[in-house]
Design a binder for this molecule. Sequence first.
Ligand code: ADP
Length: 162
Amino acid sequence: MKIAVCPGSFDPITNGHLDIIRRSAKLFDKIIVVVGKNYNKSTPCFTLAERVELIKRSTTEIKNVEVDMFDGLIADYARRQNAVAIVKGLRAVSDFEYEFQQALINKKINPELETVFVTANAEYMFLSSSIVKQMCIFGSDISEFVPIEICHDVVERIKSGS
Ligand code: ADP
């Protein structure tokens, strides 16, 4: 069975993330979406458990997707799960340098592990969790940008700020 992990902060999951998950689920037997702490990013809006729950609700119809959380090196996590690949979405050249560096480090830690880059859907090239949060704070409609199943809860949660 070919397993791939799809790591990220997912604070919260957007339709850009969902598109990458859906497409990579066609390439592998199982995708484990892994919500991790990103030590380069400021305090997240949603807790790890909340982010996992939002992803689960957004991916119920994709049968070969599991959701998990982790704190540590993704290359070690992938080894424990017997994963053959890490899947990352690439939006633009700006994503590339960071992702390329991460891919090389992960290869060093776990030489058996490949990094597979899936190009962003043109429709979601500009989309990020931060943009969704900003739009919400200023009262813009985000229904085009986050999965329909979670849209209401995401808006309420970000507006309430708790
Ligand atoms: P990170 O903390 O790694 O930046 P994110 O939650 O922002 O985590 O993103 C996780 C992965 O999803 C990254 O590979 C990122 O490039 C990808 N991604 C984020 N938004 C999009 C999008 N709109 N389209 C395609 N890929 C995306």
